[in-house]
Design a protein around this ligand. Structure first.
Ligand code: NDP
Length: 477
């Protein structure tokens, strides 16, 4: 053995000792911070909080509840997650073809049967520096969580081009499933070359006259099996084209899309009336913006090794929020199952068992359920009577629209506070064509506020309770 080899062995020994000590010091620090002693004097204790109710969140909840743990799922801004915006899913285990919404329905009822409780409130803040983690909601609830599963999914990206904000909800949208029926016999554009772009196109075809798919590179990223589904003469694919500007006027609405052909280096205008975006997603990690939970350069949570643990003990991640690569319903459900097992092991290491949980029962957090429902109208006559009696808020929705199902409980809850001074009503767009035409509804959910018999504001984005309260206080009372 030469001198160099001795030096190498000695330095390897030292680095091994260093890493062993480093690991020991860190695990000691972690275990000395996290102990059930920290629960002394605390109320509203929650062993498992799952944030998000897509396949990842629901599977994490089912695994945890079946282990006898008290679990609350915060449904989040899109109950059921992105899967509810798809139609047929042909790669879910055990089914040749199943609707995305039916997958969620099945998982949700399985979760309820396993003893999971649902919270219809939005998580506003998570304090991750101390354990148990203090969590605050929009409705000013506070509870102390022993474990948290981040299953918050991702949000469709926007283009950031001229005209996008101006025509948002008025011709530009990210949900073909929700808005396709408003584009009957129209020519529309889908932007993007991935599987989502194909899905949007397939959702549009039963309604529209033609779809132009705008792909910025020379090929689509979508799987071949998905691309093959676009072989119809009502779909035209424009490769090497980027969107430049959405065109239109207040009077005529959206009338075209200016595009740039990157090969021929020329601009031209596509005469279309609808733009459907399918250009990828951003992970929903805002709640952890100031935490020590490790994220990659695109904001995705980085799980430890092959587990769903994160860099903060007690916080787990599952589904799209921690997966920039696979993003399938099946892989998300798998992540959720793993997170449910990981968190059981974490709680076991603290000696939190289902027997011990019974001793804590009076101190556990349980959300209250809300059942108030809005008055439903379907004709212009009913609307006119209401808007001429007092300020009125009308919510246009459909049962197939996930964001609408998110808005309804928000409005129902806010309505209880103002029932004496404001009318709150809902309109199902499927059964009220007269009101859809009269108020020129092109995107749902759509919230219209009337004062003195006239429309005074219209919202297409989903509002939370604080935003709706503040709008009412400053405009309608
Ligand atoms: P992807 O990231 O796969 O595709 C995004 C597409 O948008 C790409 O073609 C990209 O172009 C394009 N794009 C991005 N930014 C712009 C821009 N500013 N202007 C124009 N084009 C833009 O996202 P998807 O949402 O389609 O899919 C995400 C994941 O979800 C994938 O793993 C997919 O397989 C999965 N999925 C599966 C489905 C199924 O199995 N049924 C359905 C839907 C999604 P470029 O390629 O040049 O980067």
């Amino acid at each position: 053995m030469n001198k160099f080899s001795y030096l190498l062995i000695i330095s390897l020994l030292f680095s091994g000792l260093y890493f062993k000590n480093f690991y020991l010091i860190n695990s000691l620090q972690a275990s000395s911070k996290i102990s059930l002693d920290a629960l002394a004097g605390k109320t509203n204790i929650l062993p498992v909080l799952v944030i998000g109710s897509g396949p990842a969140g629901l599977m994490a909840a089912i695994y945890s509840a079946r282990a006898g743990l008290h679990v609350v799922v915060a449904e989040g801004p899109q109950p059921g997650g992105l899967l509810t915006t798809t139609t047929e899913v042909e790669n879910w285990p055990g089914d040749t073809s199943i609707l995305g919404s039916d997958i969620i329905k099945g998982l949700r009822s399985q979760a309820l049967a396993s003893g999971v409780t649902f919270l219809q409130d939005t998580i506003k803040e998570i304090e991750t520096t101390n354990w148990p983690f203090l969590v605050k909601t929009e409705e000013a609830l506070e509870f102390n969580c022993l474990t948290i599963v981040m299953a918050t999914g991702s949000t469709p990206k926007r283009l950031g081009i001229k005209g996008e904000d101006e025509f948002w909800g008025n011709g530009v949208t990210t949900c073909a499933l929700c808005d396709a029926p408003f584009f009957k016999n129209k020519d529309v554009v889908v932007i993007g070359g991935g599987d989502s772009a194909v899905e949007e196109t397939l959702q549009l075809l039963p309604y529209v006259r033609s779809v132009t798919v705008l792909v910025r590179s020379s090929q689509m990223r979508a799987s071949q099996v998905m691309q093959d589904k676009l072989k119809t003469n009502r779909v035209k694919i424009l490769y090497n084209h980027v969107p430049k500007e959405i065109l239109g006027t207040d009077q005529d609405g959206l009338v075209g899309l200016k595009v740039y052909n990157t090969q021929q280096k020329i601009e031209h205008i596509l005469p279309i009336t609808g733009v459907f975006l399918a250009i990828g997603h951003d992970p929903n990690t805002n709640l952890l913006a100031n935490s020590a939970v490790k994220k990659d350069s695109h904001g995705y949570i980085v799980p430890l090794d092959r587990s769903q643990k994160t860099s903060v003990p007690g916080i787990f991640a599952a589904g799209d929020v921690a997966d920039p690569e696979y993003r399938q319903a099946g892989t998300s459900a798998g992540d959720g199952s793993k997170a449910g097992i990981d968190l059981q092991r974490f709680l076991q290491s603290l000696n939190w068992t289902s027997e011990l949980q019974q001793d804590y029962e009076p101190l556990l957090f349980y959300p209250l359920s809300k059942t108030q429902s809005l008055l439903q109208i379907s004709s212009k006559k009913e609307l006119e009577e209401l808007i001429n009696s007092k300020p009125t808020i009308v919510d246009f929705y459909a049962n197939y629209c996930p964001s609408c199902l998110q808005m309804l409980p928000v409005i129902e809850s806010v309505a209880q506070k103002y029932l004496d001074v404001i009318n709150f009503v809902k309109v199902d767009v499927e059964s009220s064509p007269e009101l859809v035409d009269y108020l020129k509804i092109l995107k749902i959910p759509c919230l219209i506020a009337f004062k003195d018999g006239k429309p005074m504001a219209r919202y297409h984005q989903t509002l939370n309770k604080a935003e709706l309260n503040s709008f009412i206080e400053s405009n309608l009372i």
